[in-house]
Design a protein around this ligand. Structure first.
Ligand SMILES: [Zn+2]
Length: 113
């Protein structure tokens, strides 16, 4: 399961952070998730709640911040938001694009008690 390995990765980072900062309880983890990262949020929440049992992050809430899918046109340099997977430049119509954002998944912030 893809989401379980992500949940374990997040947990590892949170654990390291909490040791470094001598935190006893993590209450909230803010995650930035790209629109086309392919991560199922509900599944990730479920996996995380299981993986974090008995750890410093037990009961911590996952808060998701959506990162839009944006692309740059290689023909004219225009940067635009891709909607409904229509991958063509709104300015010149070119389909030669490069992904600028939307594939990422990272921890933005960790709230502690
Ligand atoms: Zn263009």
């Amino acid at each position: 399961m893809h989401e379980m390995s992500i949940a374990l990765n997040i947990l590892e980072i949170v654990k390291e952070e909490s040791i470094e900062q001598r935190v006893e309880r993590v209450t909230e983890i803010r995650l930035a998730i790209g629109e086309i990262s392919g991560v199922a949020r509900q599944s990730l929440e479920f996996c995380f709640s299981i993986a974090s049992k008995g750890t410093v992050a037990d009961g911590a809430e996952l808060v998701f911040e959506n990162i839009p899918f944006r692309a740059e046109c290689l023909a004219c340099g225009s940067i635009f938001r891709v909607r409904d997977y229509k991958i063509s430049c709104p300015d010149c119509g070119s389909k030669e694009i490069r992904t600028v954002s939307g594939t990422e998944l990272f921890i933005r912030d960790i709230e502690v008690e």
